[in-house]
Design a protein. Structure first.
Ligand SMILES: [Fe+2]
Length: 142
């Protein structure tokens, strides 16, 4: 959990762990992109693949948890995930189609992904965590 600041932890351990891994991938992408002049660099390509794959796996896990807990805001949350996945695809297309780093565009987009993700954790995923925690308290009759 070192790479994820305490303030981004929502208190659901498995999801927190996945968020930390996700942030690591995005941060690596930002770093690699900043260091490369050529977007055909294999390390950047691999990271984009990781990002695509991991976002699908992670979002699916979250959505299944939300379903399991009958969270009423699942549909809205799913839409947010879709928006992010589209951005990741846009990012991947940009990386694949440009031989040069397109006047800082990929880096800009990578930073956008990072900020979006952090905001999403803080605002949207936290809402779900609070719902789960509240449910646990209620069912204990406290
Ligand atoms: Fe989420």
């Amino acid at each position: 959990m070192d790479s994820l600041l305490a303030k981004y932890q929502i208190g659901l351990p498995l999801i927190d762990e996945q968020h930390a891994r996700f942030m690591q991938i995005i941060e690596d992408a930002v770093k690699k992109i900043s260091a490369q002049k050529n977007s055909k660099d294999i390390a950047v390509f691999d990271l984009v693949q990781d990002l695509k794959q991991y976002s699908t796996v992670h979002f699916l896990y979250e959505e299944n948890q939300m379903k399991k807990h009958n969270w009423p805001e699942l549909a809205t949350h799913k839409q947010l995930h879709e928006i992010f996945k589209k951005k990741v695809l846009e990012f991947s297309t940009l990386i694949n189609s440009s031989s040069l780093m397109n006047a800082g565009k990929p880096k800009e987009l990578a930073i956008f992904l990072k900020e979006w993700f952090l905001n999403h954790i803080q605002r949207d995923d936290r809402k779900f965590a609070e719902f789960v925690q509240q449910k646990a308290i209620t069912s204990r009759g406290v």
